[in-house]
Design a protein around this ligand. Structure first.
Ligand code: FAD
Ligand code: DHB
Length: 389
């Protein structure tokens, strides 16, 4: 087989890239290790920057998000019983959109299927060959059959545990990592959200986040120990702990109910440099991970897709390789800013096992400063709604 771009990974980055390329007549084949239902079953991000929303419009997949997405023009931050609001719209002129990653992926699959896009599911043993030559190719197995695709370029959109990053020789890449000493226990419940905006809560018992997917679907998270297992937490125990971490007037509004999903995610900051090796480009979680605080994971994956899509569009449209050659530099410049924001916002809101009384005073002072200082709020809001591409 032959195509222009082989895309490894059918998560949000791979699908968005494939759909955007399709709008410009650039052909791709997506290789996904799992089934479509498996990919759609993963509950992950929920807040989309305006830049990702714009890209969905450009990709022709925005009908549902335009109709059903929840525009949010601010967020609440609490510490103990204190709380304040950051007004994104007033500070930056932008909003974010609350719309689940599951729905983004569903819309993209529907569009790829409608366009007759090539997606191979259940692929095994994907291998990248000759990425540093002018004739790269990818091999993989479906059942007992081994297949080969020759291509111009390869997009590694296969997440943190994929094969693409490993295809860059160790002598050519550097990795930077910070592992956090706690996780997030998240639940989804068919209950109305406690508040019409998200609540990021710093409390003496640890972080909590009240989020949502729609008017009758809430997403809540609490900081937990890395040794905890989701089955250790009954729904009652979860709700009780959440109530101890958010301001008391919100507790009164909280509607509880059975969880329909419960999972624990570890927190990690990770970046690999460069994000490019010959004709192989890394996109999204394949190249970098952020702790979820501030919802930058999916959004940073989307900014990589933006740079790569524009680079490939330029190449196939004009023959210029300028965008292709600067992909890694441009993508990393924005990635590191998202890493900084996610690390800062995580540090501001969590309890750390080795935190001293002084460290806690510093957190409270920083929260009080953020509460009262417009310049600090503007910096937070600009990062939250998404830095320019
Ligand atoms: P992925 O979504 O990981 O997609 C990669 C795809 O590649 C997967 O479908 C995988 O099956 C496939 N794949 C892997 N290896 C291979 C292979 N060898 N061959 C073929 N296919 C392969 N972000 C937020 O902003 N907010 C959140 O609340 C949040 N929660 C998260 C919870 C968890 C448990 C995780 C893991 C991530 C979370 N994130 C969150 C991050 C966000 O979901 C990711 O940044 C986003 O999914 C990145 O998209 P991606 O397409 O780059 O990678
Ligand atoms: C969600 C997750 C986040 O990490 C965040 O900062 C905001 C919202 C969510 O899943 O809804």
């Amino acid at each position: 087989m032959k195509t222009q771009i082989v895309i490894i990974g059918g998560g949000p980055s791979g699908l968005l890239l494939s759909q955007l390329l399709h709008t410009r007549g650039i052909e791709s084949i997506v290789l996904e290790r799992k089934t479509k239902d498996y990919v759609l079953g993963r509950i992950r991000a929920g807040v989309l920057e305006h830049g990702l929303h714009e890209m969905m419009r450009e990709a022709g997949v925005s009908d549902r998000i335009d109709a059903e997405g929840l525009p949010h023009d601010g967020t609440m931050i609490s510490y103990g019983d204190e709380r304040f609001r950051i007004d994104f719209e007033a500070l930056t002129g932008h909003k974010v959109m609350v719309y689940g990653q599951t729905e983004v992926t569903r819309d993209l699959y529907a569009a790829r299927e409608k366009a007759g896009g090539a997606i191979e599911f259940n692929v095994e043993d994907v291998q990248i060959h000759d990425a540093d030559s002018d004739a790269p190719y990818v091999t993989y197995r479906v059942g007992d059959e081994r297949r080969r695709i020759d291509c111009d370029y390869i997009a590694g959109c296969d997440g943190f545990h994929g094969v693409s990053r490993q295809a860059i020789p160790l002598s050519k890449r550097r990795e930077f990592e910070k592992v956090y000493p706690f996780g997030w226990l998240g639940i989804l419940s068919e209950t109305p959200p406690v508040h019409h905006e998200l609540i990021y809560a710093n409390s003496p018992r640890g972080f909590a986040l009240c989020s949502m997917r729609n008017a009758n679907l809430s997403r809540y998270y609490i900081q937990c120990s890395l040794s905890d297992k989701p089955e250790d937490w009954t729904d009652d125990a979860f709700w009780m702990e959440l109530k101890r971490r958010i301001p008391s007037d919100f507790v009164k509004e909280l509607v509880t109910g059975p969880s329909i999903e419960k999972s624990i995610a570890p927190l990690r900051s990770f970046v690999t440099e460069p994000m490019q090796y010959g004709r192989l480009f890394l996109c999204g979680d394949a190249a970098h991970i952020v702790p979820p605080t501030g919802a930058k994971g999916l959004n940073t994956a989307a900014s990589d897709v933006y740079y790569l899509y524009h680079a490939l569009r330029e190449f196939y449209g004009t023959g210029s390789k300028a965008g292709i050659e600067s992909y890694s530099t441009k993508a990393l410049a924005r990635v590191w800013k998202a890493e900084r924001f996610s690390w800062w916002f995580s540090s501001l809101l969590h309890r750390y096992p080795d935190q001293s009384e002084f460290d806690i005073k510093m957190q409270v002072a920083e929260l009080a400063f953020l509460r009262s200082n417009e310049a600090a709020q503007k910096a937070m809001a600009e990062n939250y709604v998404g830095l320019p591409y």
